[in-house]
Every structure is written in structure tokens, then in C-alpha cells.
Design a protein around this ligand. Structure first.
Ligand code: PBG
Ligand code: ZN
Length: 325
């Protein structure tokens, strides 16, 4: 036989020689849920992930950084009493995210990339990602100044990257203008360019206490039936000043990651979201499969499709258990 593909699969060293895809610590971004009070509590639907106060967050980030996990994405989890229809807590200089960013930057300086989520859903009493009018419609243009101000608070505190996830039109331009006007020309924008509506974010909403109190997010997040819609939007985000683009959920959208990789030169990020993580964990607990190996394969597939970096709840574990090094 002239062609025997198995020749190149004979040993681990041979397989490594011809491997096309790498998964390294530098590709991983670890999410953190940060609460305004000390201590930490487990999130039942996200095994191994906690909501933590600023001090505990810094301590955890330090352990992770020693293992090579050098990027974090912060989500604020304000107390229920701090929420209102206007999300005013998101503008607070002393809010939980500005505090956490300052503490992380003070501890690790430029060794740690600090990214922050910019969205209102964790801060509004109604749980929508933007301001809502009398009919319950999420208002686009009225939401933009608030998102821009929230991003500015994060940049003032020292955030390297702000990551708007709200899906309002024009938010990247609004945030870029606000940051530049105030001298934060070096703060980058990672835009959630393609974000599908649906069931993939359930455990996250438990963690962030950010479920909509009425309706759903289908009038702002994208229709999972569409791919072109997202590609079009992603290119607009680049025009508006996005430095990096994000696609989520990851595995159901590998076709889109691949197509976006061809369509733009910008660095690409994919978010391996809460349900993708938690469904592996749940099946592993039932003894139905090897969760670690499956999780690893998920992340490899995302890299192979063209993502430069991955937001994943499995980051820490991957390094602790050594299946990424
Ligand atoms: C906030 C936000 C969500 C996620 C990231 N940012 C939830 C949502 O849109 O309801 C989901 C992440 C995950 O499921 O892990 N807009
Ligand atoms: Zn939101």
C-alpha cells in the first residue's frame, strides 16, 4: 500500500510531530464571579466555580497565574438591593468590579490581563441587558451611554480589556469614543460580536443572578438559525473599533468561528459557555463518560476551528490536573 496514514500515528512523539493544533495556558481565559462582600460560595450548576469577594478573587487569580493562566474575565454580582431599573450601580466608581480590577492590577500589574464584562443584566432589577421602556421593550440607543460609562469605570480602574456582551447596536463605537475622550486609548475592546439567544446560558444566570424577570433576550441576542447575520455584525464591530471578536456559544457555532476566521484578520475568541461546561460535568458525575478528556476535546475543537483564545470555566482545572500545560 502506497498510502498508509497510520505511519504518522505510530507513537506519541510521531503524533506530536504532525499535530496541527495546540492548546496552551496562554489560550485560556478564566471567568470569575465577583461579589461585593467577602468569602465565597459554590454555584451548584457550575461545579468547581464560585462567587467570591475581591480578596478571594485575587488569591485565586494568583494561584492560577503561577500555573500560567494569565487572563481573567470578571463578572460583577451585586447584591439584590443594589439593583434597580436603571442599573445605576454599574456607574459606581466604588462598585465591585472597579474594586476587583484595582486589586488585581495592584497585585499583578501587567503580568495579568484583566478583562471585564460590560452589560447591564446583572445590575438591572428586571434582568435585561439594556434599559427597558414602559412596554417592556429593551431600548437600544438609551442604553449606549450607560454601557460606555460602565466601560469607562472599568478602564479607570485599570482594566486591560472591556468586553461588551449586551448585544445593543453601536455599543462598540460608543465605548471606543468614551474611552478615547477620557484618555484611555490603550484599553482594548473585546466585542461579543456573535452571541446566540437560547438555553446555553442557564448556569451562568444562576451564578450571576441575571435571568430576565419577564420575556427573553431574542430581540437583542441572535437567532441560532443564522450564520451570515453574525458575520455581518462582526464586521461592523471591527469598523466601530473592536480590537478582538468573540463568538458564543462555542461548539454549536464552530462553523461560524471557522467562517469568521476567514472573514477577518482580528484576533478571535470563543466562549465555551456555562451549559457546555456543566453538561460535561453532569454526565461525568453520573459516570457516563470521561469528563476531563471530553472537556479537553471540546477545547481542542474550538482551537482547530480557528479561535485564538477561549473563555472557559475549565481553565483552572485543566492546568491543575495537567491536561493543558
Ligand atoms: C451577560 C452574559 C451572559 C453570558 C456572558 N455574559 C448571559 C446572558 O446573556 O444571559 C453567558 C456566559 C455563560 O453562559 O457562560 N450578557
Ligand atoms: Zn447581559
Amino acid at each position: 500500500m502506497l498510502n498508509r496514514s497510520r505511519r504518522l500515528r505510530t507513537s506519541a512523539a510521531m503524533r506530536n510531530l504532525v499535530a496541527e493544533t495546540d492548546l496552551r495556558p496562554r489560550h485560556l481565559i478564566q471567568p470569575h464571579f465577583v461579589q461585593p462582600h467577602p468569602g465565597s460560595s459554590e454555584i451548584a450548576s457550575l461545579p468547581g466555580i464560585v462567587r467570591a469577594g475581591v480578596e478571594d478573587t485575587v488569591r485565586q487569580a494568583e494561584k492560577d497565574l503561577k500555573r500560567g493562566l494569565a487572563s481573567v474575565l470578571l463578572f460583577g454580582v451585586p447584591d439584590a438591593e443594589a439593583k434597580n431599573p436603571d442599573a445605576s450601580y454599574c456607574r459606581d466608581q466604588e462598585g465591585v468590579i472597579p474594586q476587583a480590577v484595582k486589586a488585581l492590577k495592584q497585585a499583578f500589574g501587567s503580568d495579568l490581563i484583566v478583562m471585564t464584562d460590560v452589560c447591564l443584566c446583572g445590575y438591572t432589577s428586571h434582568g435585561h441587558c439594556g434599559l427597558v421602556d414602559g412596554e417592556g421593550v429593551v431600548m437600544n440607543d438609551q442604553t449606549l451611554p450607560l454601557l460606555a460609562e460602565m466601560a469607562l469605570r472599568h478602564a479607570e480602574a485599570g482594566a486591560d480589556v472591556v468586553a461588551p456582551s449586551d448585544m445593543m447596536d453601536g455599543r462598540v463605537a460608543a465605548i471606543r469614543a468614551m474611552l478615547d475622550e477620557n484618555g484611555y486609548t490603550q484599553a482594548s475592546i473585546l466585542s461579543y460580536a456573535i452571541k446566540h439567544a437560547g438555553a446555553y446560558y442557564g448556569p451562568f444566570r444562576d451564578a450571576a443572578d441575571s435571568s430576565p424577570k419577564f420575556g427573553d433576550r431574542k430581540a437583542y441576542q441572535m437567532d441560532p438559525r443564522n450564520a451570515r447575520e453574525g458575520l455581518r455584525d462582526a464586521l461592523l464591530d471591527v469598523e466601530e473599533g473592536a480590537d478582538m471578536l468573540l463568538v458564543k456559544p462555542a461548539l454549536p457555532n464552530l462553523d461560524i468561528v471557522w467562517r469568521l476566521r476567514q472573514a477577518t484578520l482580528a484576533p478571535l475568541c470563543a466562549y465555551h459557555v456555562s451549559s457546555e461546561f456543566s453538561s460535561v460535568k453532569a454526565a461525568d458525575r453520573l459516570g457516563w463518560l470521561d469528563g476531563d478528556q471530553l472537556m479537553h476535546q471540546h477545547l481542542l475543537a474550538i482551537r482547530r476551528a480557528g479561535a485564538d483564545m477561549i473563555v472557559t470555566y475549565a481553565g483552572r482545572e485543566a492546568l491543575e490536573k495537567g491536561w493543558v500545560s
